[in-house]
Design a protein around this ligand. Structure first.
Ligand code: KG4
Ligand code: ZN
Length: 346
């Protein structure tokens, strides 16, 4: 049953409509993603109402596409899995309602998945035998969190951002420099052309906590741009990007290294959209070598929002306890826009 189970996963928590087909726990048969970057880029950030409408348009063709690519007919699907939270409530409702209706019509079990749990699962899709316990650093546009992973599927929250998420800070720095949206990839490209000559303070560097703060570095960049403009030199974008990126990476490495000291993990999992950042990858690989801990980075296509991680998380939950009623009594199950792993969803 484990090897044969075919899971159809749906993800619509933010601005990517995504559908995937996974075999067993981790074997990717297809992954279809429709990005909405073009729609939101002119606003410099996500417009929730536009995101929901686009999900409604895209979900059905994407389910078809994912099944076609996988070469799987709907009657071979054994489990439907969808993101239940956290995320934008209207966006979540599109994928969740579609998935529940599909499961009900086909009399299939259904798994409601936590999006953050899904991101962590992407590391196990990449490396199914990643040694446990692991410390997982989730860095995305909506989250900056550290988790302890004792067994696959069970996360203990160790710390998180007290204000902006790191990806959000990358996006805002890009907006200040008129570099477009999403900001992370373009800030990384610009940073390669510059030098980190400006001192951007590393958030919460001294505090003995696993929490983060990224509004400080963001404000420091704003003040730096104002100062350079007043001086008439104009902002030198490449150097600003390099300086901001160094501060952000330093903060992430610092807190991850503190988590290694406290929890002595066998591996570190770096997941979420910002995990595709090359400077972060290099710094974390160095940290892993210094501490003799394996570092796992998912492939970039598994870092940004995708449905493979949702299908895989649903399959792992289901295969652990297939008789559990939660996979059958799902019709009243609702979206929970602020659901944190480990907590009971509302
Ligand atoms: O995981 P994700 O696709 O969506 C959320 O769940 O938020 O992450 C998107 C975030 C955006 O803020 C984007 O700017 C950032 O990931 N990002 C990057 C890079 N690629 C994407 N940040 C820094 N460097 C990158 N190469
Ligand atoms: Zn995400």
């Amino acid at each position: 049953m484990v090897e044969n189970l075919i899971t159809l996963g749906l993800e619509t928590s933010c601005d990517e409509t995504a559908v995937a087909v996974v075999e067993g726990r981790f074997n990717i048969l297809s992954s279809a993603v429709a990005s909405q970057d073009e729609i939101h880029s002119k606003y410099g950030g996500i417009v929730p109402e536009l995101a929901c409408r686009r999900h409604v348009e895209m979900i059905r063709p994407l389910v078809k596409e994912a099944l076609n690519i996988a070469g799987i007919r709907l009657d071979r699907v054994g489990l439907v899995s969808a993101t239940r939270g956290p995320g934008l409530v209207g966006a979540l409702l599109v994928g969740l309602s579609y998935a529940k209706a599909l499961a009900w019509a086909r009399k299939l079990p259904f798994a409601g998945v936590n999006h953050l749990q899904g991101h962590v699962m992407s590391a196990f899709v990449q490396r199914p035998g990643a040694p446990l316990p692991a410390v997982a650093l989730l860095v995305s546009g909506g989250h900056t969190e550290l988790f302890l992973v004792e067994t696959i599927g069970q996360l203990v929250h160790l710390g998180g951002t007290r204000d902006d998420a790191v990806g959000e800070a990358f996006d805002k720095v890009a907006k200040m420099l008129s570099l477009g949206y999403p900001g992370g990839p373009v800030v990384e490209k610009m940073a390669e052309l510059g030098e980190p000559v400006y001192n951007i303070p590393v958030a919460m560097a001294r505090a003995d906590t696993l929490d983060f703060s990224f509004s400080g570095p963001k404000t420091a960049v704003k003040q730096l741009i104002n100062k350079l403009e007043k001086e008439g030199s104009g902002p030198i974008s490449a150097n600003i990007c390099a300086s901001f990126q160094r501060a952000a990476v330093d903060a992430l490495v610092l807190k991850t290294s503190l988590a290694i000291e406290k929890y002595n993990p066998a591996s570190i999992l770096i997941v979420g959209g910002v995990a595709s950042n090359g400077a972060l990858r290099r710094a974390m690989n160095r940290l892993g070598e210094e501490r003799s801990v394996e570092v796992v980075f998912p492939d970039p296509m598994l870092c940004t929002d995708n449905a493979v991680m949702i299908a895989s998380a649903g399959a792992c939950d289901f295969l652990n306890d297939p008789q559990n009623r939660v996979f059958r009594d799902y019709l009243t199950l609702d979206a929970d826009p602020s659901w944190m792993p480990g907590a009971e969803p509302r």
